[in-house]
Design a protein around this ligand. Sequence first.
Ligand code: TXA
Ligand code: MG
Length: 364
Amino acid sequence: MLPEAAVIDRAVVLLQAGELVAFPTETVYGLGADAANPAAVRRIFAAKGRPADHPLIVHLPADGYLDNWASDIPRQAWELTEAFWPGPLTLILKRARGVPSAVTGGQETIGLRVPAHPQALALLRAFAEAGGGLGGLCGVAAPSANRFGRISPTEAAHVRAELGDAVRLILDGGRCGVGIESTILDLSRGAAAAPRILRPGAVTPERIASVLGRLPEIASQPPGADAAALPRVPGALAAHYAPLTPLRLLPAAELAHLAEAVTAGQSCALLCHSRLPATPAAALLVRQLPAEPARYARELYAALRELDEASADLILVEEVPATAAWAAVRDRLRRAARGAGGQDLKQLSSNPSSALSAPRCDEE
Ligand code: TXA
Ligand code: MG
């Protein structure tokens, strides 16, 4: 194995040549390319199978590079970068002149963050020192390194399984510490408008309020509701982060009961955080995650992959508490349930076996 400095050098050469490099961040693995190079950015969309009008997050080595990418940066943005960068917070700002529209999906705004992972920072700094790519803008565009609509990778092996040879190099930083994607906060609507959370994450509304002195708005985007008024955020599509196996969310009280109810020739895999009275007979696999939101989030995506690979007919997931601390996890579980061919829980509760005929919905 090459020493880490040599791997970073190799990654920088590939980025400069317009190739793709996957790298770990504290949230999930990213699929990186020179953000100022439209041809390289197009490679990201092709590898992910993602529509080209969806904007990408640009990763920077430090907040000193913000001006390369954003204009009209409000004071609030600097207060937040001071408090949370490097870290799992993406800011949506007005884009600077000269930012190629390939990376913004044609929008007038840009998503920016400085990740808190030593390998990601080493890569971003080395890329900047080597000239920073086209135009010297020093940004690496990186969506989560999964196929469009699928579960984000939290280990290097997940990236290989998702993307195969489409990615030239994968930096292996072990398991990601946060485990779910960054909080996305929209500050692009001008100083008079309230900051708005487009995707919940580890940086909670309360932590943002502790810096800004006011709670941000939270964008709710029920399917079909004012979607046109919001910036396009693939992570905000109803169906996202989904396993291939149909997935259902169930109240804790019904978990064991329903698992029993699917035994008629069918199998299930269970994800829970409370202790089950007994292992249900129908369960091929039971994964119990910590009953604490940050630790649960860290293990969630790897557990969903494992359950997906169990070849069960159905994944049953115990609902997490309806509290603020669990909001980001709850958001991902809801989308996973919809993406996997979601079916109304009430219908399932009244007729558990009907879940087994739910349509598969592999892509959004
Ligand atoms: O934690 C993360 O944010 C990870 C790591 C790799 O940094 N990245 C990630 O990227 O989750 P992705 O592309 O899978 O999700 C980024 C989200 C997308 O939903 C995208 O639409 C949104 O950020 N986004 C990017 N630029 C935007 C913009 N200008 N306006 C609104 N949303 C934007
Ligand atoms: Mg993603």
